[in-house]
Structures are given as C-alpha cells and as structure tokens.
Design a protein around this ligand. Structure first.
Ligand code: AMP
Ligand code: ZN
Length: 113
C-alpha cells in the first residue's frame, strides 16, 4: 500500500523514532509546530477517525495512553500539552493513516486555526 506512515512503521522510510511496541510507533514530526511535536501511529493501517471499528477501541485508547506516557517522558506533562487527531479536509488531515499529534513545550492557543 502506498502509505507514508505504513512505510515508516515498516522501517522502509526513516523517522526519528522515540517509542515502539506491538501496536504503535511514535516519532518526531518532520515539520514541528511546537518545541515538542511527536506523532503516535498504529502499526495497523486505518485511514481516518471515520474508519475506526469497535475492534479498534483498545488500539485508540492505547494511542492516547502512549501519548500521555511520552508527554511525561519528554518532560511536558506538568506544564501541559495537546493531543490532536485531524480528520479529512476540514480537519486538516494530510496523511491518511490515523495519527495522534502530541504538541507541547510552548503555550498553545485556543481556538485552533
Ligand atoms: P495531518 O495534517 O494531521 O495529517 O498531519 C500529518 C503530519 O505528518 C504533519 O504534521 C507533517 O509534518 C507530518 N509528516 C509528514 N511527513 C512526515 C515524515 N516523513 N516524517 C515525520 N512526519 C511527517
Ligand atoms: Zn498506512
């Protein structure tokens, strides 16, 4: 399948990986929008939030738990951070393999753009 994040998960495209386990991989975003910007992706290809099935409940929970653990590991948990999952064009999704953005290390603003 011609999917950038499947290729990163398979190791055929390099990424600055910071975590991996049986279900997910986490790596630095190539175009960081904050001092800390990590992406948490499932090994399994799921295109968008709209494509989640009830079988994915554990997986999506694990992605959020992993993001929270990484926030702690990289030292931004206390000050705070933001998790984002963009969906489809209005959500600003560019890569159609579901991913959680972990953003922190600066004051983030609301509402988002
Ligand atoms: P989204 O707009 O939510 O689909 O986010 C896609 C993210 O993937 C963007 O923040 C990009 O900077 C990031 N990205 C694109 N290509 C790569 C890559 N090769 N390695 C790491 N991050 C990437
Ligand atoms: Zn994929």
């Amino acid at each position: 399948m011609d999917c950038l994040f499947c290729k990163i998960a398979a190791g055929t495209i390099p990424a600055k990986q910071i975590y991996q386990d049986d279900l997910v991989i986490a790596f630095d975003d190539i175009q960081p929008q904050a001092a800390q910007h990590k992406l948490i992706i499932p090994r399994k290809h799921i295109a968008t939030l709209n494509d989640l099935s009830p079988n994915d409940t554990h997986l999506i929970g694990h992605m959020v738990q992993t993001a929270s653990k990484l926030a702690n590991d990289i030292g931004i948990a206390h000050d705070g951070y933001r998790l984002v999952i963009n969906c489809n064009p209005h959500g600003g999704q560019a890569v159609y393999h579901i991913h959680v953005h972990l953003l922190g290390g600066r004051q983030l603003h609301w509402p988002p753009g």
